[in-house]
Write a protein that binds this ligand. Structure first.
Ligand SMILES: C[S@@+](CC[C@H](N)C(=O)[O-])C[C@H]1O[C@@H](n2cnc3c(N)ncnc32)[C@H](O)[C@@H]1O
Length: 238
């Protein structure tokens, strides 16, 4: 049985399947340029000097794409990369070789809406890309609170993730554009239908996220960039 066919799986644990990890990397590599542009925006929102010795945490870091982009943007920064999937971490350790000494993986779980204690605290920036949407809403809310607790004053939390449309018509637009983009990229269909994907993906509207960010005590809680169902949103610790 594939990991994604189990029925009582913790949110996001389907990524432990090495086949899914290979498939994800194959899909993301041709999108590297578009993704790099989004990651540069994350760096620009953080807005620290290039030589700032930032402590960065990437939640659900995967093979390290966002973490690596931030290590490029901030030459003296170091990054903790949290991920539950050993297969992702293995690929990440291959791809992150140019950053040896500046990153470390923590294999751990944020399901339940709490970061594992081993990631530590006192971060200048906590980021995430395409990972937190797996959590149910109450766990997202508690994760945002935990993240806010682990930020230094003035530190940013920025989440680049998929969000739910506000209504059925905008949802149809999101789906159509997603499909048109996929075809234009010549990318094979995702292995499961959109309906089946809802087993793994738990999206809520942006307004909910902004509320949870404010509840977590973050200021400047805002959506800083959005393209249909993908957005960069977050806030800053006062
Ligand atoms: C779609 S991938 C995105 C990876 C990376 N952030 C990127 O944008 O390339 C989602 C990642 O989140 C991790 N993840 C999902 N749920 C998790 C959980 N509960 N705890 C820790 N990591 C999790 C997965 O293992 C996977 O590597």
């Amino acid at each position: 049985m594939r990991a994604d066919e189990t029925t009582h799986e913790e949110p996001g644990h389907h990524w432990k399947d090495p086949e899914r990890v290979r498939d994800f990397a194959e899909r993301m590599d041709p999108r590297a340029e578009d993704r790099a542009e989004q990651f540069r925006l994350v760096a620009r929102i953080i807005g620290a000097p290039k030589d700032a010795a930032l402590r960065i945490l990437d939640v659900g870091a995967g093979y390290g794409a966002l973490g690596a982009a931030l290590l490029d943007a901030f030459e003296s920064a170091n990054a903790t990369l949290l991920d539950v999937s050993e297969a992702m971490v293995e690929l990440g350790n291959e791809r992150m070789k140019p950053y040896d000494g500046r990153y470390s993986y923590v294999i751990g779980d944020f399901a339940g809406g709490v970061l594992p204690p081993s990631v530590g605290t006192g971060f200048d920036a906590i980021v995430s890309s395409l990972a937190i949407h797996h959590l149910p809403p109450n766990e997202k809310r508690s994760l945002y609170a935990d993240i806010a607790d682990r930020l230094n004053s003035g530190g940013w939390f920025l989440n680049l993730d998929i969000v739910a449309p506000d209504d059925a018509v905008s949802g149809e637009v999101y789906r159509r554009i997603f499909e048109e983009d996929r075809v234009a990229r010549n990318e094979k269909p995702w292995p499961t239908s959109n309906t089946d994907r809802s087993h793994h993906d738990e999206m809520q509207p942006l307004a909910d996220h902004l509320l949870w960010l404010r509840d977590a005590g973050l200021t400047a809680a805002d959506c800083y960039w959005k393209r249909f169902g993908t957005a960069i949103f977050g806030g800053r610790k006062p």
